[in-house]
Structures are given as structure tokens and as C-alpha cells.
Design a protein around this ligand. Structure first.
Ligand code: EPZ
Length: 419
């Protein structure tokens, strides 16, 4: 159990180097069993979740090597089933089902558990794989997927909360080697899914209408190796963008793809936080802002990202009035509210909406992270608060933010890890 101590209330400013997208990297790694050839991924962030996925691939006989910012993965002649312990640690491992069943006709994986943000069902994943001709059996907490021959099909992947990111990735990884054409309706359009489509296309897959909610895939007989550079992590960027006004500083964030950040830029504009958008960067002018309250709802892309909901709650505590943020993707994703209240926030939870009263002066307090994005928001609140805070269980944050403390120190933050 790791903790950090943060001395807040200090103005921060400077440049932040945004790393490769964790969730694009996880989807690409899960697709590597689709070819015997070596695959090179550039800009793969060195994060717990990435290391966990690499452990799973090595457990299957994969060979992985790192050189500077490139990672080479070779999944030739892989055998066995994914390692149970590592799989239950990280939900995205469920994406291996599609690539494993596409390459060798079978896959066995422990059912991924829930987590602090709520239940994590995979019914849509399994529905999509079944439509492609897979037999699915649940035995002793494991999913057994088998397929004589995957066949293309038209399938709908929407659920109660809209599209599914990893579900779309799973079905894509199976469809690219299926016999015939697959149409995925209500496909996720997140930039990380688009990046996976580009990754697969460069491996020889035939995918059409990339970025649209209806994807068409023409199955091919085999895929070859690829060298691919991941997109920048828009959630990491958004986390720093929301910190800038909290820390009354100007942040220059790059690399960035502003076309991936539309909902965030709109929210900053509504709250009167000036931002300058460049071709490969975003500058957030947080120095002097009188924040306007706003009303936001998290939605599948291109809606406001659920992964920035917690950080946005923190910013809303400083707005001049009452703000509302409604969580439509993970209705239970509010474990951070109690911790923010300990720091002086006043947030009422009405169903799936957090009603945030502002402005409220935040003061340092001992807090604890319960999940990745909720934990990161506690760093933001601690940096905005007067006095000293501690955040326990920061191993959650280590899963998704590479060199987070170092990047914050570079901006002027006083933060140290407590052994
Ligand atoms: C991906 O999770 C991301 N993780 C999440 O980021 C992100 O919050 C989420 O997409 C939404 O953007 C990775 O990409 C590794 P979903 P995923 O399937 O794919 C329901 C982070 O912090 N659903 O798009 O698991 C589900 O319960 C993580 O980096 C079903 O009902 O999310 C949720 O309410 C957290 N049945 C909604 O759909 C299914 O079969 C969206 O889930 C699948 C999902």
C-alpha cells in the first residue's frame, strides 16, 4: 500500500509531456496474438496495467523486449491460457478472448471481477463473440470460448449504457480473421478504438468506416507484423488540463490531438477557463479564472469522458455557484465524493448526479484512493487545498499515470511518496 504526501495551495505552471494512451496500448497488446510476426509498439507507457498485460502475454509464451520508447512483442507459437492472477487484476485482459479464439479456436479466461467504479459485466462481449460463431461456457468462474471457424455476422453491441470500448475491441479482434464480412452496430468510437483499428489495418486487416458507430470488417486469412505509435493519452491530458485552473497556472500540454478533446475543451470554455489549441498541443490558461458553474453529463465518446468525471468534480468545487455532473457510463463511479468532502467540498449525490456547491475552500486532509481516476482526482484536490494532504492506496493511480509525481514536481508541486 503506497501513499503520497502533498503540500497544496501553491501556484503551478509549466509544460507537461503527455504519454502514449494507456487504453490504446492495452487494446493493441491484446491484439498481438493475431500474428506470429514481431509487433513493435512505440510510446507504450510504462504503467502497472501495461506491465500486467505484458505478464499475461509472456505467460502465454510471448517474447517481449523494450528498447527506449519501443516495445517488441512476438506471440509466435503461444500456448496455454492466460494467467489467472494477472487476469483478475486487470479487466482489459478480457480483450484477449477475441484474438486467442481467432488464432487457435479457443480461449479460457477467469471472469473479470467488478471494481470500485461498479460492476464490470461482459455480456456484450460474449454476445458479439457468439454472433461470430463462438460457443461460450461459464465454468468455475472461467469463460470458455471455442469456435470451429469464426464466421462474419451483423451484430449489435449496444447496452444499457451505450457502446462498449473493450467489447468493440474484442469483437474486432475476432472479426478480422473470421470468414466473411462483419458489421458491428453501435461500435465504440473512442479514439483508443480508432487507434486499434489503424493498428489492425496496418497488420493487413480490412476495416471500413473507422471512427463511426457502424464498423464493417472483411475477414482475411492472416495478419502480419506492424510498427505502430500509440495516440497521446487524452485522459492524462484532461487530468492536467483540469488541474491548471485549480493550481492558478498556465499549463502547456503536448503531444495532444485536440480533435480527441472536444468535450473537455467545451467544458473548459463553459467554465470560463481559457485554452489555446495548437495542431499538437493544448495550453490551458488557468492563471486568472473566475470559474463559471456548469452542468455536464458523461457519455460514450464523443461525450464528456467518464474517466474525467472525478477530476471535473474537483474543478466544480471552485466554480462560483452550483454545478451538476451526471454519470451515465458507470453510475456507481462516485467513491471520490466522500474523500473530497473531507477536504471541505460540498457535494450531494442525487441518483447518478453529483450536485457540487461552489466555491468551497479546500483544506488538506488524509484521504484514500479507491480507484484509478478517483485517486488521481485526490491529487488534484490536494494540490488545490491549503495545507498538507496524504493520499493512501496510490497503487491505484500508478496503474494509469506514468511518472505522475515527477510531472507534477516539474510544474512546481511539493509531493513526495511516503514509504
Ligand atoms: C473502457 O473500459 C476503459 N478501459 C475505461 O477506462 C473507460 O472508463 C470505459 O472504457 C468507458 O470509456 C479500457 O479501455 C481498458 P465499457 P470498458 O465496456 O471497455 C457497460 C480507466 O480509468 N457494459 O465501454 O470496460 C459497462 O458496465 C478505465 O482507464 C455492459 O453493460 O468500458 C459500462 O457501464 C476505467 N456490458 C458501459 O457499458 C458489457 O459487456 C461502458 O463500459 C460491457 C460493458
Amino acid at each position: 500500500m503506497a501513499s503520497v504526501r502533498i503540500l497544496g495551495g501553491r501556484p503551478l505552471s509549466g509544460e507537461v509531456a503527455i504519454g502514449g494512451a494507456k487504453n490504446a496500448g492495452l487494446l493493441a497488446l491484446a491484439a498481438t496474438p493475431l500474428t506470429d510476426d514481431p509487433v513493435i509498439i512505440e510510446n507504450l507507457p510504462r504503467l502497472e496495467d501495461i506491465r500486467t498485460m505484458e505478464t499475461i502475454l509472456c505467460g502465454l509464451g510471448g517474447k517481449i523486449s523494450h528498447r527506449e520508447s519501443t516495445t517488441q512483442i512476438c506471440m509466435k507459437d503461444f500456448t496455454g491460457d492466460p494467467n489467472g492472477e494477472a487476469v483478475t487484476q486487470m479487466r482489459a485482459s478480457v480483450c484477449l478472448l477475441g484474438s486467442l479464439v481467432a488464432r487457435r479456436g479457443r480461449a479460457v479466461l477467469p471472469l473479470p471481477g467488478g471494481c470500485a467504479i461498479g460492476p464490470r459485466p461482459i455480456d456484450l462481449h460474449l454476445h458479439g463473440l457468439q454472433k461470430l460463431g463462438c460457443e461460450i461456457a461459464l465454468r468455475n468462474g472461467h469463460i470458455h470460448v471455442t469456435a470451429e471457424r469464426l464466421r462474419g455476422a451483423s451484430l449489435f453491441l449496444g447496452g444499457r449504457h451505450g457502446s462498449t470500448v473493450t467489447g468493440t475491441a474484442n469483437v474486432l479482434c475476432a472479426a478480422v480473421l473470421a470468414k466473411g464480412t462483419t458489421e458491428i452496430q453501435c461500435a465504440a468510437c473512442e479514439p483508443e478504438v480508432v487507434d486499434l483499428c489503424h493498428f489492425l489495418q496496418k497488420m493487413g486487416a480490412k476495416i471500413y468506416d473507422i471512427g463511426n458507430p457502424v464498423l464493417t470488417v472483411e475477414g482475411v486469412d492472416g495478419l502480419h507484423g506492424v510498427r505502430h505509435r500509440l495516440i497521446a493519452d487524452r485522459i492524462q491530458l484532461g487530468t492536467f488540463a483540469l488541474l491548471a485552473p485549480l493550481a492558478h497556472g498556465d499549463f502547456f500540454l503536448s503531444p495532444a490531438d485536440p480533435s480527441h478533446c472536444g468535450a473537455l475543451l467545451e467544458a473548459l470554455d463553459r467554465m470560463a477557463v481559457p485554452a489555446e489549441v495548437g495542431p499538437n498541443s493544448i495550453r490551458v490558461l488557468g492563471r486568472r479564472c473566475l470559474l463559471r458553474p456548469t452542468d455536464l453529463t458523461t457519455l460514450p465518446y464523443p461525450g464528456f469522458p467518464t474517466d474525467l468525471q472525478a477530476a471535473m468534480c474537483v474543478l466544480m468545487t471552485q466554480a462560483e455557484g452550483i454545478s451538476i455532473i451526471t454519470e451515465r457510463v458507470y453510475p456507481h463511479r462516485f467513491a471520490h465524493l466522500g474523500e473530497l468532502e473531507r477536504m471541505g467540498a460540498s457535494i450531494a449525490l442525487e441518483g447518478q448526479s453529483a450536485i457540487v456547491k461552489g466555491p468551497r475552500k479546500l483544506t488538506g486532509a488524509p484521504t484514500a484512493a479507491a480507484d484509478l481516476r478517483g485517486g488521481a482526482c485526490l491529487y488534484l484536490a490536494a494540490l488545490a487545498a491549503e495545507g498538507e494532504s496524504t493520499v493512501r492506496n496510490v497503487q491505484h493511480v500508478d496503474r494509469g499515470y506514468e511518472n505522475f509525481e515527477e510531472k507534477l514536481r516539474k510544474l512546481g508541486a511539493v509531493i513526495e511518496r511516503i514509504p
